[in-house]
Design a protein around this ligand. Structure first.
Ligand code: SAH
Length: 352
């Protein structure tokens, strides 16, 4: 039987495993604390355990550690991008953003992605595999260890579609907010989805206190289909219906992400339609200047167009902000660092 990844076991599962090994209950508490509070990488660091137990932990469980391959730091705003290597040789990326209100980490939920959004670098090579709960947690743990600063917010907005890896992501959220772990409040956790309707309903049923961010990017079904292939499967009206249900079940205000692409979805008419679409919802719109990627010809909207788009929404009573571009000088766009690393390791010449 395949060994279980020890960091992916929640407290009750770890307790059951250790009980089966004949250990006293307090040992599970100790091991869990080493893993999820003191953030150690292996049993050798668990200094209050008997040597024999440390050896058994090595034998019985898999230790799917992730290791830092590269760290890029932005000179402009201190944003750091981390490239991690997984035990099986895959690579993923995460970002640390420093705000006045605390440190926010953006984690990946999959190695690669199969959603195919047109402007996104993360999906260009397709999906390699789902990440384990422990591998998603490890991104936060490694960054907190490396930066020596407490992580206060987590956004699941890195590579991958979190609702396409539903069970592992749900476990990650529960373990991250568990009082036996880092105990990050669910209110400080945001999950961003491209709009997988059954996943949104499932998430609503879990009654978490996390923020749901929906990647909208267009005000009509036709335009959305052009940018996001997933829109062919789940229509705009169905997606918004699911978002309403999420709000009703959880009482959490919704966030809509709207990447502004010059000449594609940034006209006055687009703003009008968007305002109409969201007019009756308790929501916040996050306008993201599209981060151009080499493989596509999309460009950012002019600053004045972006501002006008925002004021139009505000005039209609919709709360909107333009997302500050963090770490632009270090390849800010989703999945760009991972992609450039994979290209380099394939021996391709990196074109700038
Ligand atoms: N799969 C999830 C989460 C990952 S992407 C989702 O689709 O929401 C996080 C956000 O960044 C999404 O809103 C996504 O559409 C957006 N994004 C991806 N690439 C981008 C780019 N090059 N410029 C601007 N936004 C981008």
């Amino acid at each position: 039987m395949e060994k279980k990844d020890i960091r992916s076991l929640d407290f009750s599962e770890l307790s059951a495993e250790l009980a089966q090994m004949g250990e006293k209950p307090f040992r599970a508490k100790q091991v869990y604390e080493w893993l999820h509070r003191k953030l150690v990488r292996g049993p050798d660091e668990m200094t209050n355990l008997p040597a024999a137990l440390r050896e058994r932990l090595k034998d019985v469980f898999a230790w799917r550690n992730i290791s830092i391959l590269e760290v890029l730091e932005s000179k402009a705003d201190g944003t750091r991008k981390y490239l991690f290597g997984l035990e099986d040789g895959n690579v993923i990326e995460s970002v640390l953003m420093k705000y006045h209100h605390g440190n926010s980490v953006c984690v990946s939920s999959q190695a690669g992605c199969r959603m195919g959004c047109r402007f996104c670098a993360s999906t260009l090579g397709g999906l390699t595999r789902n990440l384990l709960p422990g591998e998603i947690l490890s991104q936060v743990y490694q960054i907190q260890r490396h930066s020596k600063e407490r992580v206060s917010n987590v956004v699941i907005m890195g590579t991958g579609e979190p609702l396409d890896n539903f069970d592992h992501v749900l476990k990650f959220i529960r373990m991250l907010s568990d009082e036996n772990g880092l105990h990050i409040s669910q209110r400080n956790i945001t999950l961003s989805t491209c709009g997988i309707v059954p996943g949104i309903y499932r998430l609503a049923r879990e009654k978490l206190q996390i923020t749901l961010a929906l990647s909208l990017h267009a005000p009509t079904q036709e335009k959305r289909m052009e940018l996001m292939p997933i829109a062919r499967k789940y229509e705009l009206s169905e997606v918004l219906e699911a978002c309403r249900a999420y709000f009703e079940q959880t009482g959490r205000r919704l966030t809509f992400e709207y990447s502004l692409v010059g000449g594609v979805n940034d006209s006055r008419e687009d703003a009008d339609r968007l305002a109409e679409l969201l007019g009756d919802m308790n929501c916040h719109v996050n306008l993201i200047p599209v981060n151009p990627i080499r493989e596509r010809s999309y460009v950012q909207s002019d600053r004045s167009v972006t501002e006008a788009f925002k004021s139009k929404l505000e005039k209609c009573g919709i709360n909107a902000t333009i997302r500050r571009e963090m770490g632009r000088d270090i390849g800010g766009a989703c999945g760009q660092l991972r992609k450039s690393y994979l290209d380099r390791s394939k021996g391709e010449v990196k074109k700038e």
